[in-house]
Ligand binder design. Structure first.
Ligand code: TNX
Length: 537
């Protein structure tokens, strides 16, 4: 009997210490997203302008430049690079464990020096630098030096796809802001920027072979003003586009921050701007205008061969600009009305023995996937690509809830979760909504983003591995300028970063809010126009 009690006691003790170690400790107050393991060490490391840094020949040039710039720009520090290690230095070393995750890192802040270790070929050093910067922002003395609390951090992300999206079609944002947005993603260890480049209201990427896409398609003769119900428009010419040089600049800027850019070229729907530039692309061949209104429109790409030839030539230029493995082809919200009346589409239906227009959409997407695969790229599309049969290797981005993602994972297809609730950051974030800037609708407060679990309970353990991660989407029908994008994206993007990086047992809502409040120093330093409602929570 006594023995049994002893065992029970021992079990309780082990269980309790496990729970305690998984819990957030008081010193864990500087990071977003919360790292996997943090361990307090006594003492502080005093960092100042006289601290040296030793790259150990393991940091890439990109990481070296990034560190130098961020210390300089954010903290006004000009630390000197030293050629040999000596105590009191910030040191980078290659991880002894070569099987370590490509994005994992260890950060040791000890009284005698700081060490960041990671794999040489991954993003780990960069994330270690981000964590160090977060510590510094939280530990800055008024004199400009830093008393960093000593600790050991061992860290790796939960998900591979940690994304943020930006729609630059409904409203256009200058190149400098795109870079700033990428900087924000990098701060929170997000690694995918989904760039929504084409839509009914504007074509925003230069395609050399088809100059009218931007000469005509990038400009509309007015925009919808205010609420949709008002149907109010101005008559101002509005638009803009990114040249291929600018696109390359963004891709390189993102790559230096270990962020991959996934371009989205919408097809077969959301194609009005392209059709306005080249009317032969639609079923009717009618000359139409770049859209002024928001919504879903009947003029979509026709399924005749000349349209596929055109799209393949467009994609050829696109894929040469984006070295990442994925191309997003949209696939959402494609009305089938014109296809029903089009002789080309009806002939296609008969020739390919397709049952209906849903299968025709599936034919469309499969044909594009084949082309992209032949060029070594993977295709991703919104969950409508499930309708009429999923293309053999497609990755599905689930936006109409999680059911599309669940269905795709059950079919053994990879999935990125981006359900409207709570991943649409164009929805309201605070009530009463009447006090908020006009938004498209919906309600996704910070708390529901933080509580989001990307892996649905409906999936078995073997199906769960198809969930690559999740993404926050910023559609810009009602978001007119960069400051407003920041307001909608931050801090919901911070909550999402913790959903995507941190294991669920390390998440804690009130601790997250506390850290968010500490971390605003960094956002203030960068003059980010974040939404301040969380300060009242
Ligand atoms: C649906 S999400 C759309 C977009 C809109 C958005 C507004 C998706 C694949 N399509 O075209 O901008 O809702 O929230």
């Amino acid at each position: 009997m006594r023995k049994k009690k002893g065992i029970r006691f021992q079990f309780c003790f082990v269980f309790l210490s496990f729970v305690l170690s998984a819990q957030i400790q008081p010193y864990d107050t500087v990071f977003i997203p919360q790292p996997a393991v943090t361990e307090k060490i006594s003492g502080v490391f005093n960092l100042s302008n006289s601290t040296g840094w030793f790259t150990g020949n393991v940091l890439s040039q990109g990481d070296v430049d990034y560190l130098r710039d961020i210390l300089n720009i954010q903290f006004n520090l000009n630390l000197s690079q030293v050629n040999t290690y000596k105590p009191g230095t910030i040191r980078f070393s290659e991880a002894a464990d070569t099987s370590m995750d490509r994005e994992a890192y260890e950060l040791n802040i000890a009284p005698e020096g700081i060490e960041i270790s990671a794999r040489k070929d991954g993003a780990g050093f960069f994330y270690g630098i981000q964590s160090l910067v977060q510590c510094m922002a939280a530990s800055r003395n008024p004199s400009g030096s830093f008393a960093l609390p000593c600790m050991k951090v061992k860290d790796a992300p939960r998900f591979k796809w940690r994304g943020m999206h930006l729609d630059v079609c409904r409203h256009f944002f200058p190149l400098d802001f795109i870079k700033r947005y990428i900087d924000l993603l990098a701060m929170y260890k997000l690694n995918t920027f989904h760039w929504h480049l084409t839509d009914d209201q504007g074509w925003r990427i230069e395609i050399k072979k088809f100059p009218m896409l931007t000469r005509v398609g990038a400009w509309r003769k007015g925009s919808m003003l205010g609420a949709y119900a008002d149907q109010n428009f101005d008559t101002l010419r509005y638009g803009g586009f990114y040249t291929q040089d600018e696109i390359r600049e963004v891709v390189n800027y993102a790559a230096q921050r270990h962020i991959v850019v996934v371009p989205e070229i919408e097809m077969p729907g959301h194609a009005v701007a392209a059709i306005a530039a080249y009317p032969f692309l639609s079923c009717t061949g009618r000359q139409i205008q770049v859209e002024k209104a928001w919504g879903v429109f009947n003029d979509v790409f026709c399924t005749k061969d000349s349209v596929f030839d055109f799209l393949e030539q467009v994609l050829q230029e696109v894929l040469a600009l984006f070295p990442g493995e994925y191309i997003h082809i949209g696939g959402d919200e494609c009305p089938k009305l014109n296809w029903k009346e089009c002789r080309h589409c009806q002939k296609r239906l008969r020739d390919e023995h397709l049952k209906d227009e849903h299968e025709l959409q599936s034919y469309f997407v499969k044909r594009i996937e084949k082309f992209l695969n032949s060029k070594g790229k993977k295709m991703i599309g919104w969950d409508e690509i499930l309708e009429g049969g999923l293309a053999p290797k497609a990755t599905v981005m689930s936006w109409r809830g999680t059911s599309g993602g669940i269905a795709a994972a059950k079919l053994k297809h990879q999935v990125v979760m981006s359900p409207g609730k709570p991943c649409y950051f164009d929805h309201y974030q605070y009530q009463p909504v009447a006090n908020e800037p006009l938004a498209i609708g919906g309600y996704n407060p910070l708390d529901s983003v933080y509580a989001f679990e990307p892996v649905p309970k409906e999936l078995s353990v073997s199906e769960q591995k198809y969930i690559l991660g999740a993404q926050g989407n910023v559609w810009t029908e009602y978001i007119l300028n960069p400051k407003h994008v920041e307001y909608m994206a931050v801090p919901r993007m911070c909550a999402l970063s913790e959903v995507l990086w941190t294991m669920p047992e390390r998440k804690n809502r009130s601790n997250f809010l506390m850290r968010l409040k500490r971390r605003i120093k960094m956002l203030d330093l960068m003059q980010v126009n974040y939404s301040k409602h969380f300060l009242e929570q």
